[in-house]
Design a protein around this ligand. Structure first.
Ligand code: NAP
Length: 249
């Protein structure tokens, strides 16, 4: 039996690597991002290895978008019982310069997005008596200069995850969070640009602070998500796994 997974923000970066990994694990995958066309590369990568995937365009922060996207996935691929809430944005600024919009946009995509997607998917999970939700937190949940909005959202993801685990466990649904450290993606590239540092220097500087001596790759995070989505992880729920090349807590 093929189960269906939805990965949000899967056009690139960690979401794309996660979609590819879950397809390799045997899931049919809905590759969801703001722009369906931007998902073509991820879908092609999955199909090239014999997997099944569709592109879905939706804004996870928009209730109507989410409802129609999840319904169309159920129609085309079958009941979505795995959900990876990965879509994310940055609007970094020191508190005194942070605008209302910086705050609302970040909380909207990460927290409201994860809430809307999880609420839409849980009906299918409960009906099937099986499900997996994995939420992307971050080491920034522990506090990070210039990221009051993002840190609040990523800490919020952890409380949200633990509550889903408590509410949905009796229906065979687990909920866990993966909290990456520094991962080499367009998101960290944009941070380097904003700071006026070359990406190479930014990566080298980050590597010096990481015990294993290298920045993380999207596949490092995808491997952790894959574990939480597996049958073997059915007794692991409400956990936060830091994937950061060293200890964080
Ligand atoms: P990324 O390369 O910027 O990719 C994020 C994806 O999410 C983009 O394709 C983006 O689409 C999409 N997205 C943004 N807003 C959306 C919305 N409202 N609805 C649907 N899709 C939306 O980011 P990443 O580095 O792979 O990060 C993925 C996740 O890991 C995020 O939650 C991030 O906070 C978290 N994380 C990343 C790091 C890191 O070091 N990279 C560390 C810790 C946690 P557009 O291209 O159209 O904007």
């Amino acid at each position: 039996m093929t189960r269906t997974a939805i990965v949000t923000g899967a056009a690139r970066g960690i979401g794309a690597a996660t979609a590819v990994q879950l397809a390799a694990d045997g899931f049919a995958v809905a590759v969801l991002d703001l722009d369906a066309e931007a998902c073509a590369g991820t879908v092609a990568a999955i199909e090239a290895t014999g997997g099944r995937a569709i592109a879905v365009g939706a804004n996870v922060a928009d209730s109507a978008d989410v409802a129609s996207a999840v319904a169309s996935v159920a129609d085309e691929l079958g009941a979505p019982t795995v959900l990876v809430n990965n879509a994310g944005i940055l609007r970094d600024n020191l508190l005194f310069k942070m605008t209302d919009d910086d705050w609302d946009a970040v909380l909207g995509v990460h927290l409201r997005g994860a809430f809307l997607m999880s609420r839409a998917v849980q009906g299918y999970q409960v009906k099937e008596g099986w499900g997996r939700i994995v939420n992307l937190s971050s080491t920034s949940a522990l506090g990070n200069r210039g990221q009051a909005n993002y840190a609040a959202a990523k800490a919020g993801m952890q409380g949200f995850t633990k509550t889903l685990a408590i509410e949905l466990g009796r229906y065979g649904v687990t909920a866990n969070a993966v909290a990456p450290g520094f991962i080499q993606t367009d998101m960290t590239k944009a941070t380097a640009e904003r700071m006026g540092v070359s990406f190479e220097d930014f990566l080298a500087g980050a590597a010096k602070e990481i015990p294993v001596g290298r920045p993380g790759q999207p596949e490092d995070v995808a491997a952790a998500v894959s574990f939480f989505c597996s049958e073997a992880a059915s007794f692991v729920s409400g956990q936060v796994l830091y994937v950061a090349g060293g200890p964080k807590a």
